[in-house]
Design a protein around this ligand. Sequence first.
Ligand SMILES: Nc1ncnc2c1ncn2[C@@H]1O[C@H](COP(=O)(O)OP(=O)(O)OP(=O)(O)O)[C@@H](O)[C@H]1O
Length: 230
Amino acid sequence: MNNVVLRLSNVKKTYRSGDEGSLPVLQGVDFTLHAGELVALVAPSGTGKSTLLHLAGLLDTPDEGDIEIAGQNTRGLADAGRTALRRDQIGFVYQFHHLLAEFTAQENVMLPQMIAGVRKAEARVKAQHLLGQFGLAHRVKHLPGKLSGGEQQRVAIARALANNPVLLLADEPTGNLDVRTADAVFDELLNAVRGQGLAALVATHNEELLARMDRVMTLRDGKLVERVQP
Ligand SMILES: Nc1ncnc2c1ncn2[C@@H]1O[C@H](COP(=O)(O)OP(=O)(O)OP(=O)(O)O)[C@@H](O)[C@H]1O
């Protein structure tokens, strides 16, 4: 298939620290994610979900194996190439929003676009459109500190989508929200992902949200395997 957005082949990662020796976390992960696919990653704490998302998002490099994003193998890619791929093809959503406190919601969504070379006026229009899509048209000029937790996370999702990525990586995107807000925000996230035909890999502990995903994967013995749904 030629619409592979993310491919991990035999990806291995071991953390080494002086006193405690080495901790093998990923031990040969194979995984393929296609455009339009929504996949959940559900596994016990400490099994390597964040490690996997960091590698897939080119925030870290594996000890072994290949990571391909939108048809490009990233092995041996120089920092500038990794940064460009990350900026142009990948959107991230974290448990804690990481919005810039001194910038408005709109400016937070404009920023990654302007870093990518989009003109300010165009970036503003896109930011307003995206924020409107997440029900925040009346909040565009607010600083993050003046927004509710759910609103902050919606801004973070809008920011992740701002450069039209092909791949969305989310690490517990609603883990910091109360159940009702989490449900609503997750729904909006999935709608946006489906609407734009993105591929998404979402680590979550929220079992109730899994029915809305195409596949549920888990980490077992350092490998990624499909979890059979009860
Ligand atoms: N930079 C690091 N250096 C050393 N060990 C690390 C590092 N990052 C993670 N680890 C260890 O690797 C293991 C996997 O961590 P990771 O954060 O990927 O797990 P996780 O499945 O995302 O956990 P959680 O659900 O609690 O967020 C853990 O035992 C963690 O302590």
